[in-house]
Design a binder for this molecule. Structure first.
Ligand code: 13P
Ligand code: SF4
Length: 352
């Protein structure tokens, strides 16, 4: 639907008044009405890198989800404030690993005698606490665009990896990119004593996968892939690595949101694509490539409901508040957490 012209005008006016004092970042899963006002758009890696690109901006308005805003706060200067236009924009996957659960897991690994040889690798989609745990134990953060390099690095440092919190990105990267087998991976269930694993299973494993997942990408199934191939002969199936292993295995191409965008840019006119990622991005790609056939991988509608919480009214409210001298919804990470979380994020940013 078209945006309310009054709100569009108010967003434009507020942004113009604030000028260089505000820097607006937008993740690819954001609504079109929000993306229109972003100074920079990107996947979570690009946004983490770009967050610090405007040190002169007092305010960074992060149109994305909570863990991204936390990371931006960690990576930007103390004089810069990071604003999340709706505080309810969380991530169900990030919520699947709490600091207490992860500390308990580390105790389990310690009791099994393997903590010393295990390197934590945490997906960007995690709270600052989990990133701090990762930094404290010599690990790195990764995103879907550098998970392979992160795992390569981690296996140079130790014999095992504890991968948090997305089991699918961990498994897909280990099996597809690192040549590990499914049997090299075990699933740690934080709701069961000892993760539901024996000490022997933990000692035999190379990848200890946290039992977390993305509810949006988790909805794509092998049936969706088979169904689209039957409907559209010659279709190329391109999915995000947060999809289940069976979906990724059945797909033709796999990559982060930035990778998906580049693949479509490079595609031949007339080519056909079924995309397995969030629907705002897929619809935008379909619109941007009228010379190609671009469809959503599943028949059901599949937005990320928390990404969608950031809408034009929330953005206008945040910008107008700044114009009026109020700084709303500031996301701050405490200095102790920030120190260790930054070590883990810096490690990622330094990956070759
Ligand atoms: P990327 O933007 O890194 O591909 O991640 C997708 C995602 O789920 C962000 O929440
Ligand atoms: Fe979290 Fe999935 Fe939404 Fe990304 S798409 S923010 S992983 S729930």
């Amino acid at each position: 639907a078209a945006s309310d012209p009054d709100l569009v005008e108010r967003a434009r006016a507020a942004k113009a008044t604030l000028g260089d004092r505000v820097f607006i970042l937008g993740h690819h899963y954001q609504r079109d009405e929000v993306i229109e006002f972003a100074d920079v758009t990107g996947d979570s890696f690009k946004l983490a890198r770009d967050a610090a690109a405007r040190p002169e901006a007092e305010y960074i308005v992060f149109c994305g989800v909570h863990f991204m805003a936390e990371s931006a706060d960690i990576l930007t200067g103390p004089a810069q404030q990071v604003i999340l236009p709706d505080l309810a924009a969380g991530c169900s996957m990030a919520d699947m690993a709490t600091a207490e659960q992860v500390a308990e897991c580390w105790d389990v690994l310690t009791d099994a005698g393997i903590a010393d040889v295990t390197v934590p690798v945490s997906y960007m989609n995690s709270s600052a606490d989990i990133k701090a745990f990762t930094g404290k134990h010599g690990g790195t953060i990764c995103t879907s665009s550098n998970a392979e390099r992160a795992l390569e690095w981690a296996f140079e440092q130790g014999q095992k990896v504890l991968f948090l919190p997305d089991q699918h990105l961990g498994r897909n990267t280990a099996v597809r990119e690192m040549g590990l087998s499914l049997d090299d991976c075990v699933l740690y269930n934080p709701h069961k004593p000892n993760g539901g694993l024996t000490e022997q299973q933990l000692r035999d494993a190379k990848m200890i996968l946290w039992r977390g997942h993305c509810s949006v990408h988790g909805r794509f199934s092998l049936d969706s892939v088979n169904d689209v191939r039957a409907r559209i002969p010659g279709v190329t199936v391109l999915v995000h690595p947060e999809c289940k292993h069976e979906v990724v295995s059945a797909a033709d191409m796999v990559g982060s949101t930035e990778y998906i965008i580049k693949a479509l840019d490079a595609a031949e006119p007339g080519s056909k694509w079924a995309i397995g990622t969030e629907l705002n991005l897929v619809r935008r790609l379909a619109k941007a490539h009228p010379d190609k056939e671009v469809v959503f991988l599943d028949r059901a509608v599949c937005f990320c409901s928390t990404m969608n919480r950031i809408d034009l009214p929330h953005l206008v409210w945040a910008l107008e508040s700044l114009v009026e001298g109020r700084v709303p919804n500031v996301i701050t990470v405490d200095p102790e957490t920030e120190k260790y979380a930054k070590a883990a994020l810096d490690r990622m940013l330094a990956l070759p």
